[in-house]
Design a binder for this molecule. Structure first.
Ligand code: HEC
Length: 124
């Protein structure tokens, strides 16, 4: 009995020692869920298939309008934007204000949600 308790204590301590990786995963989880809810109908991320919108796999660091297989608006293609945490945040807040003429029109007003979604995008 005593050894059992000790064993489970030990596994708790081991779990605690990998805390950084663990907390990264739990932080990304709400982002993953929010992505599915807010973006998933138009954007794929698990595959590179394009839908209503272009796939977003590896979007952080990507040049805007650069997926060969997607027919972008001329506005987004010509924007010269590179997707970073900052440019994504500005875009999602109000796409049309940042890239006039873009075909993505949804605005995402909740800063906390944007942060979680962008963090998730950066992990893919
Ligand atoms: C109703 C459909 C729709 C929804 C919902 C939507 N988007 Fe989009 N998104 C688009 C379309 C269409 C484009 C292409 C715009 C263009 O060509 O001007 C786009 C483009 C983008 C781009 C530019 C990609 C590139 O290759 O340059 C990013 C980044 C993006 N969306 C992120 C998001 C995120 C993150 C969400 C959720 C918070 C989201 N979108 C929700 C339709 C949508």
């Amino acid at each position: 009995m005593k050894t059992l308790v000790l064993a489970s204590l030990a596994s708790l301590i081991v779990a605690g020692s990998v805390a950084p990786a663990y907390s990264q995963e739990t932080d990304a989880a709400p982002g993953a869920r929010l992505f599915q809810q807010r973006c998933g109908t138009c954007h794929q991320i698990a595959t590179t298939r394009n839908g209503v919108g272009p796939h977003l796999q590896g979007v952080v660091g990507r040049t805007a309008g650069s997926d060969e297989g997607f027919k972008y608006s001329p506005a987004l293609k010509a924007s010269g934007v590179t997707w970073t945490t900052e440019t994504l945040d500005t875009f999602l807040t109000n796409p049309g204000a940042m890239v006039r003429g873009t075909r993505m029109t949804q605005r995402f007003n909740n800063a906390e949600e944007r942060r979680a979604i962008i963090e998730f995008l950066g992990s893919r």
